[in-house]
Each structure stands twice: as C-alpha cells, then as structure tokens.
Design a protein around this ligand. Structure first.
Ligand SMILES: *Cc1c(COP(=O)(O)O)cnc(C)c1O
Length: 375
C-alpha cells in the first residue's frame, strides 16, 4: 500500500535529541528552542516566534491574547480543521462560518464581509494547502472594521504572498509541525507575533501566566503569577527534533515541489477533460507543496476514484467536512448555506504527498488515475 503520508527524517533528529538529553536541560526554552526561534525570525522576518506544543495551542494562545470574550464573534471558514474554531469556542466566542471560494478552498472575502457585525472581533483566514488567501482584501476588511487577523498558517510554512511569507500578514499567526506537515516535530506548533503589543503577554500566557521568561533573561528579580495562561511550551526534545528538520528545510521543499510539479504536469490535461479541477494559486501566491489535491466533478466521481485508488494499493483521502454541519455545531448553526465549503467536502481528494514518495510509486498513482478515468 502506498501511504498517504510518511514522516521524513533528515538524519540528525536523534543526534540532536541526544545532545538535548545529555545537556541536562530537557524542559522548554533551552538551546534548541532558541535556535528554532532565531531560524524563523531570521529566515522569514517574523517579529517574534514562540514554539508551542501544537498549532492548536498557538491558536488558543491567540484567542487569549486577543481577549476574546463570551459573545464576541469570530469569523472563520467552515472548510477547515476543528482547531481553527475550537480555539475561539473555548473562550466562549460565537464562531461565524464563512464560505470558500469557487477557485480554491480558501475563504471568500465577500463571504467574510457579509458576516461582520458590531460584535465581530477577529477574522481567521486559513491558507489551505499552503496557498495564500486573498490577504490584501482580508486586511482591507480588517482595517475598515477594526478587526484582528489571526492567520491559521498550519500548512503554510515557506509560502509567500506578494513576496512576503505567509504568517507575516496577521497580527498573529499559527504554524503546525504535526507529522503530516512539511517540517515536523511529531506534535508541535508555533505562534508568530507580528504586532509588538502582544509580545510580552504572549510569553506570559505560554508560561502558565507567569513572567518566568523575563526572569530567566534577568529583567526582573523574581517571577510570579501575573495573568491567565497555560503550559504551551514544548520540551527541548521536541525542539531538537524540529531543528534537525529546519536545517533541511530547503532540501525538503525542493523535493516536495518536484513531486507536486510532476503530479501537475502529468495529470492536468487528462484529468481536466473529465471535469476535475486543480489547485488554484491567486496572483502573487507561491506553492509550498504542502498538499496535492484534485477536486472532482461531484461526490459520485470522487467515490469512484477513491475506490479505484484503494484497489490499486494507493491511500488517497478526502478532507474536511464543513464545520457548520459537524455533529457538534449543526444544531447551533443559524447562518446561510455554504455551498462551496460543502462542494470541497464532497469533491476534494488529497493524493499521497511526502518526501520519500518514489518515482515508481508516483507513476503508479498517476497511471491509475488516468486509466481509471478512461474506463
Ligand atoms: C494541522 C492543522 C491544524 C492543527 O495543527 P496541530 O499542530 O495538529 O494542532 C490546524 N489548522 C490547520 C488548517 C491544519 O492543517
């Protein structure tokens, strides 16, 4: 069976973990955590980076930082992972679901604007498949209505919009290093703080509501409980693993992009003829090859293709079920239909996409799809 994903190891992960263990310091914010922070701040120009235990936790930190209160409204796409919503629901916020757009699963700015009320506090765009949302329009809305913007950049490492890295547009942004993402640490994430006003409090929230980080820098002579917070920092063991990955980020990206391009070059013509759609990059967006997806004509065609792939020993998978129709939310949903979100729920397929997907395996996937559609 060709798996959907296989975590890639750059080779130094266990060596760095051993170094961390032997250094005698394995809790958070040690040498490897600092190396990871500097790496991201220098490579992407993010104002401040804080590793977290997951992207989910980075989103939760964002909700706390923005002082989201019960009855505040937060606009997120319905076509996303549950964490985008949960982080705000945990603060008591009312999530308002926006629709995707016809060209790709990213949120449609017009759909966002229709949901804005005096209670709206934040917009959370999700860069699906690492492809940029229409950040110019989203930032313009945020300006017009004085809203916070938190980018769910879980899938968006090393991807750009108009020459600027994703994760640098919002006041805050959250990345994931879950084993299914481009660079990984098992479970892990990062909060990016682009707005200076949130830097100090972010450190406090991440350290159980204490000012321990400032204490360790020698800025204060004792530390204590100064705010709400939780334990959001990963251990040095996770950071050591992640740093080994970051040293190989460029190679990882070259390899993934070449796999992605091969899918595109070989599949675009033959599959388009059967009404299948392909990833769409808005002008100014780059591709970080997080995912290769295709969008079938309808549910029937998708069911047939998934079965065909499975019978050929290929594990391809669908993706999100619209959150406004989820078992948890459907009874409280009082918004309008979101046809594009439902369309991607019914029709999208993700093909196997990982560093070690060999040429033979990829050929097999490509020819299975092409032949299967001809029958
Ligand atoms: C992976 C993912 C998350 C969650 O990341 P974790 O690190 O597993 O918490 C959130 N949002 C999106 C869009 C994701 O793809």
């Amino acid at each position: 069976m060709i798996p959907f994903n296989k975590p890639y190891l750059s080779g130094k992960e266990t060596e760095y973990i051993k170094q961390a263990v032997e250094s005698g310091k394995i809790s958070g914010d040690g040498v490897f955590t600092k190396k990871c922070h500097s790496f991201f701040e220098e490579k992407y120009g993010f104002r401040k980076c804080l590793l977290t235990t997951s992207c989910t936790d980075a989103l939760e930190m964002a909700a706390i930082l923005l002082n989201i209160q019960p009855d505040d409204e937060v606009i997120i796409p319905s076509y996303t992972f549950v964490s985008t919503a949960n982080a705000f629901v945990l603060r008591g916020a009312k999530v308002k679901f926006a629709d995707s757009n016809p060209l790709n699963p990213n949120v449609d700015p017009d759909s966002i604007e229709k949901l804005i009320t005096p209670k709206t506090k934040a917009i959370v765009p999700v860069h699906y498949a690492g492809i940029a949302c229409e950040m110019n329009n989203i930032l313009a809305l945020a300006n017009k209505y004085s809203l916070w913007v938190v980018e769910d950049a879980a899938q968006a490492i090393d991807s750009l919009y108009c020459g600027k890295p994703l994760g640098s547009f919002g006041h805050l942004a959250a990345f994931s290093f879950h084993e299914t993402k481009n660079v990984i640490s098992g479970e892990g994430g990062m909060l990016v703080i682009n707005d200076e006003r949130f830097v100090e409090r972010a450190e406090i929230i991440r350290e159980k509501g204490t000012n321990r980080s400032a204490f360790f820098r020698g800025e204060i002579d004792k530390y204590g409980w100064v705010d709400i917070g939780s334990s959001y920092l990963p251990s040095e063991i996770n950071a050591a693993f992640l740093f080994a990955q970051l040293e190989h980020l460029d190679q990882i990206q070259i390899q993934r992009i070449s796999i992605w391009n091969k899918y595109w070059d070989r599949l675009y013509e033959p599959l388009s003829q059967h009404g299948i759609r392909f990833p769409y990059l808005i002008e100014g967006a780059t591709n970080n090859a997080h995912m290769f997806y295709i969008v079938c004509r309808d549910l029937e065609q998708r069911t047939r293709l998934l079965k065909l792939l499975k019978n050929a020993g290929i594990l391809a998978v669908f993706h999100y079920l619209s959150l406004h129709k989820s078992p948890y939310f459907k009874n409280q949903y009082d918004g309008s239909d979101l046809p594009w979100s439902d369309f991607y729920s019914d029709c999208l397929i993700r093909l196997p996409m990982f560093f070690e997907l060999g040429e033979d395996a990829q050929e097999h996937i490509i020819s299975t799809l092409i032949k299967g559609l001809e029958d």
